[in-house]
Design a protein around this ligand. Structure first.
Ligand code: KG4
Ligand code: ZN
Length: 332
């Protein structure tokens, strides 16, 4: 079974064809970051419009060389307008070609991404760190995710984007902060940890602390380096998810941790995980292309929806939030 996956949850328009949940036969990603860069963040209306503009062309190019017999699109969480573009497109093709249609959860797809490159036995612990999500969970199967903790406000990647904007860096902020931080001192400032005592995350306090610190030395007329702020922020932002992951994995006695989502592309995060791994935990990261938003993870996971007979109906709508988060169980 070859499934065409469509991902339009945020600012990447991506299409992929994946065979039997494993073999990536075609994959294309159009990034909108240059469209959103002047605004230092994703502008939902512009994102929806850009998806509309490029989707058909990307599809035609893919369809020239590859065939498929089922179609899947991201249903949520994400920007509703953007999700609707991909979902409507996929439904049209499904209707016209009489192919089954699957509506896929974006977070479960991030968690599944690693399986496209490596066989990881279930269950495993997973840390999802992206622009929209920060959560720790147990992946029981491709379709069942048990959420342990999440952020009560900003996501980790979102904090990178906002601090980067504050420091006058380019969008997306994650790679820009990582680059600047390479020449800074991560211990220059002791910023508050975003991992709270009740085992949830909160990135808004860290963001405020960075802003206050900057004002303080500007007021003193000090020529403080942005490198030190970037490095200290990055250290605090990433130490939190690293420490929380090790805490939970030991508590739950797992031996494998998968780290995914856009922030997982960060090399310093990988370094922190490796250097603090005192208990021989197998820590797995997808390749950079499969860390950030992509359709291969959507088409790959869709195979398991098909196996579970979980075809979506044409009245399936989109959702913007991690809708089952409070229930702590995330079943299909
Ligand atoms: O997974 P993703 O493409 O989209 C969401 O589902 O949110 O993640 C995008 C996020 C952005 O906030 C971006 O700044 C962040 O991932 N990011 C990084 C790095 N590369 C991307 N954050 C830190 N370091 C990086 N190298
Ligand atoms: Zn994502």
């Amino acid at each position: 079974m070859n499934i065409l996956g469509i991902e339009t949850s945020c600012d990447e328009t991506s299409l992929a064809i994946v065979g039997k949940g494993k073999k990536i036969r075609a994959h294309t990603i159009f990034s909108q970051s240059s469209i959103h860069a002047p605004y230092a963040g994703v502008v939902p209306e512009l994102a929806s419009r850009a998806h509309v503009q490029v989707l058909l062309t990307l599809y035609k190019n893919l369809n020239k060389k590859h065939s498929f017999n089922a179609i899947a699109a991201t249903q949520g969480p994400g920007l509703k307008g953007s999700l609707m573009v991909g979902m409507s497109f996929a439904k049209s093709i499904s209707y016209a070609c009489n192919f089954p249609f699957y509506a896929i959860d974006h977070i479960k797809a991030h968690v599944y991404a690693i399986q496209l490159e490596k066989e990881i036995a279930y269950p495993y612990m997973v840390l999802v760190v992206s622009g929209g999500h920060t959560l720790l969970a147990v992946a029981q199967s491709p379709l069942t995710l048990e959420v342990i903790s999440g952020s009560i406000d900003d996501a980790c990647g979102e904090a990178f984007d906002k601090v980067a904007d504050f420091l006058g860096l380019s969008y997306p902020g994650g790679p820009a902060i990582e680059k600047l931080a390479r020449t800074g001192d991560p211990y220059a400032y002791c910023f508050p940890s975003p991992w709270l005592r009740n085992h949830t995350f909160s990135y808004s306090g860290l963001k405020t602390a960075v802003v206050l610190q900057n004002h303080r030395f500007l007021a003193k007329g000090a020529r403080e380096s942005a490198q030190n702020i970037a490095a200290s922020f990055q250290y605090a932002a990433l130490s939190a998810v690293v420490n929380a992951s090790f805490y939970e994995i030991q508590k739950k006695k797992f031996h494998t941790l998968v780290v995914c989502g856009g922030v997982a592309a960060n090399e310093y995060l990988r370094y922190l995980f490796m250097s603090r791994n005192k208990h021989n935990i197998a820590i797995e990261f997808p390749s950079q292309e499969l860390c950030t938003d992509n359709a291969a993870m959507i088409a790959g996971l869709a195979y398991w929806y098909a196996e579970g007979n979980l075809q979506a109906s044409f009245d399936a709508s989109v959702y913007s939030r991690e809708y089952n988060y409070l229930k702590h169980k995330f079943h299909q």
